[in-house]
Each structure stands twice: as C-alpha cells, then as structure tokens.
Design a protein around this ligand. Structure first.
Ligand code: NAI
Length: 433
C-alpha cells in the first residue's frame, strides 16, 4: 500500500512526488511518456532553447550592426540547434529522475488508470498490475485543442513543430496566442515566411491591448504577416509548406478512470477546490488537468498545496498573482488586471505607463528599440503590471511578490533595485504613479 500514487510526471506530478517523498509519504509516480511532461519535452524548455539559438543568429545576421558588431555569412544550422535543444532537455530529465530517486520516489513508466476504491485505499492499474494507495494525485495535464478545421490532420501541434529538423520555406500559424507567437518568432528568425492567422481582433489573447499591438508591429517589421479576425476553416487554403495549429489546450480527463471513483469534472476539467481536493476524499488534482491556469509555474504551486494538505499542513492555492510571459524577442510579460479587464469588472483603476527607455540598462542593450511598462492601480494597491521589453520575463517576478504581499505604493517605493538593471523601470514607473 502506497501513501500516494501520482498519475502524470509533468511539472505538477514530479514536483509533488519529490515533496511527498521528502515529507515521508511512500510515493509511486506513473508517467507513460517522458518525465517532465509537455513543459520539458515539447513545450517551455525546448522552445526556449531554440529561441535562444534564434536570438544569437539574429544578432549575427545583421542585428548586431547597430552595436558595432557585424558577421559575414552567418549560418543558422537549425539541425544543430535542435540537437542542442534535445541535449538540454535530456540533461534536465536526467536531473529530475536523479532527484526523485534520491527522494525515494518509485517511478513507473506505464500508463496508469484508476480502477476503483477498496477498503482503505484506491486501486490503480498499469500494465496488468494493480497498485493500492491511500491518496491519489491526478496530474494528467493537457493536450492541444484540435478544432474541426478541414485538413487539420495535416497540421502540426507544438510537439511536431519543435521536432522539425529543417526550416520550412513557408509557415502558417493558426492562433496568435502564446505558442503561435513564440513559434512565429522562432521560424521568422530561422528564415521561414510566416503568416499568423488569429480569430480575435488582437494577438496575444488576454495580454494588454497596447502591448499586443506594439509586439505585432515589431514582428511585422521583421516580416511576419498577421491576419486578424481570421478564423481558419481550411488548412489547404493557407497554402503553406507547414501549418502549426495553436488554438489552445484542454485538460486530459478521459481514459484515466475518473468515473471509477466518481471524481467530478466540469467544463472538461477536473474540479478542484483551494486545497486542490477534488471532492472525493483522498483524491487531489494539480496542474493543467484542472483547467484553471494551464501554466507550469501554477502547476508547481498547486502541487505544493496538494502535498501540504495531504501531510496535514493547511495550505491554500491563490490564483490572484500569477504572471504570464510570451518569450518573443522582445519578451512580453503581464500579471493581474489590465486597465481594460479592470473596467470590465467594474474596478475603478488608474494606469501609469512609462517607456522602457527610462531604464539606462535598457537603453544600453536595446539600441533603437521601444518597450513599455504599465502599472495598474486600484487606489494605493497594485492590481496589474504589463511590460514589453527584454528581459521582462525575469522582472515580472518582482511584481508578483509585490502583488502577492499586497504592498502599497509607499512600501514599493522603498524597494532598492540594483543599478543599472532593466528592473529599475518599476521604480521609475512607481515614482511616476
Ligand atoms: P492560446 O489560448 O494562448 O491562443 C490561442 C489563440 O487561437 C487565441 O488567440 C484564439 O483566438 C485563436 N484561435 C482559436 N481558434 C482559431 C481559429 N480557428 N483560427 C484562428 N485563430 C484561432 O493557446 P496556445 O497558444 O495554443 O497555448 C496554449 C496554452 O499553452 C496557453 O494557454 C498556455 O497556458 C500554454 N503555454 C504557455 C506558454 C508561456 O507561458 N510562455 C508558452 C506556450 C504555451
């Protein structure tokens, strides 16, 4: 009898497994594909490795000129970049495996299905063997939405896109959200002619409208074509050598035996409360499978909350200050309300905004480029922050901490930022608030 069986070894599952085992729970983790899940194998990490190669190539391929650096005949050896990406992923997976083993987690590389509840525990079956546990943690993640678009079977999802070893001449991207924009940026740098088709009237989903517009203009200058209000109906009509479909993800709730123990689902996801409990005592769920935020960093925190509650340490999941980032070049990052979303919710909010050029470090490292920092206030309290300009993916965490601790404007003013850093834009923006 295990104390805990976890189904799914992505960020939620593997993080929970290590914490649970270190907390004294006899833990078994099932993963049918690769440890690290979508994030490590076909999402966050491989895309960042390739985008970094693209950034270096951009500098070599004329981007360095304005800094006084030129290169003759630079080559983007895409296959070599993919091999490096695979190496990065492989090393990270080995690291997770070693860390879990040293914590005492048992790892089974099988597809597991919940088979029912007996006596004091739950039964999980995998490869013809039955396993028993007092608690279950469901971390089966999400999969790409494949809408009923004609010819969709010929299109790539993020998985196949990140496995390409050759750069297509032309790439159509259906969906101008996070995945679509990051892949558009990558293949634009690598030499593809890229067209992004977006059903909405703006790219980048819920990101601040002004920042989305600026990002679109930057990529238009680099040659990416954007078609807005363009809901794609037929892949063949796009006429591209390769097509990426990135129109969202949905929770994986079927084929895992949820019904055998009566785990409630709603809107295609496992329902969870603030303790990550599912409503069936002893069954928890964390990560994309609950459909709440679908971000790896949310999954980590949800895993902590689930395990802490299993260990009898009361912990609550808060969704109010979760940052999101688009790893384009430049990066965009946001957290909390935009002025627009605050207005829609009837919150009386004011916005302060400052060009990134107020940061000396930004000026030193972003010749001729613009950027923006916007802070959204409800009275003295920061309720949102939105930025365009690298490395705002790193800077946004400061604002997560500020929002999480609900710091007021006078407290934020006393934070000392290292100089010169781009993060000082926060201080500048606060003094303009
Ligand atoms: P998304 O929800 O970010 O964007 C999908 C876009 O597709 C929307 O803008 C939607 O209007 C559009 N769309 C829907 N149907 C369409 C159609 N028929 N034709 C044209 N456009 C259409 O979804 P995406 O990019 O697939 O990403 C999925 C999830 O993966 C994200 O929500 C996020 O949780 C995660 N992710 C996060 C990343 C990050 O944090 N940097 C990077 C990659 C993925």
């Amino acid at each position: 009898m295990y104390d805990l069986i976890i189904i799914g070894g992505g960020p939620a599952g593997y993080h929970a497994a290590g914490l649970a085992a270190r907390g004294g729970l006899k833990t078994l983790l099932f993963e049918k594909r690769g440890l690290g899940g979508v994030c490590l194998n076909e999402g966050c990490i491989p895309s960042k490795a390739l985008l970094y190669s693209a950034k270096i190539f951009d500098y070599a391929n004329g981007g360095g000129k304005k800094y006084g650096v030129t290169c003759e005949n630079p080559v983007f050896d895409y296959a070599a970049a993919v091999r490096r990406k695979d190496g990065v992923v492989g090393r990270l997976i080995s690291g997770i495996e070693a860390s879990l083993k040293s914590a005492g987690v048992e790892i089974a590389r099988e597809r597991a299905v919940i088979a029912g509840k007996t006596g004091g525990g739950f039964t999980v079956e995998a490869a013809g063997t039955a396993y028993q546990a007092r608690n279950l943690l469901i971390c089966t993640g999400s999969e790409p939405v494949l809408p009923p678009i004609k010819g969709i079977e010929s299109a790539m999802t993020n998985r196949e896109c990140l496995e390409l070893t050759e750069v297509p001449m032309t790439l159509a991207v259906v969906g101008g959200g996070v995945i679509g924009l990051e892949m558009a940026g990558l293949f634009n740098s690598a030499g593809s002619v890229v067209t992004v088709y977006e059903a909405a009237d703006k790219i980048a989903g819920p990101f601040d409208r002004e920042i989305s517009g600026m990002l679109q203009k930057i990529y238009e200058k680099k040659g990416v074509v954007f078609k807005l209000n363009a809901a794609v109906k037929d892949i063949a009509e796009l006429g591209a050598e390769k097509t990426l479909v990135s129109v969202g993800r949905r929770a994986v709730t079927s084929g895992i035996g949820l019904e055998s123990v009566g785990v409630p689902t709603g809107r295609g996801a496992v329902l969870t409360d603030e303790f990550m409990k599912t409503g069936v005592p002893g069954v928890y769920a964390a990560g994309d499978v609950n459909g709440k935020s679908m971000l790896a960093h949310t999954a980590y925190r949800e895993a902590e909350v689930a395990v802490n509650n299993m260990l009898g340490r009361r912990d609550i999941m808060e969704y109010g200050a979760i940052p999101s980032v688009i790893y384009t070049s430049p990066e965009a990052a946001g957290i909390g309300e935009t002025a627009e979303s605050a207005r829609e919710k009837g919150i009386s909010a004011r916005e302060t905004k400052l060009p990134m050029q107020y940061s000396g470090r930004f000026m030193a490292e972003n010749e001729g480029e613009g950027g923006l920092c916007k802070l959204v206030w409800a009275g003295e309290r920061l309720i949102g922050a939105h930025m365009l300009g690298s490395p705002c993916s790193e800077i946004i965490s400061t604002l997560s901490a500020v929002m999480f601790r609900e710091m007021g404007i006078e407290q934020i003013k006393k934070i000392i930022f290292p100089h010169p850093t781009v993060a000082e834009i926060i201080k500048e923006a606060i003094f303009h608030a």
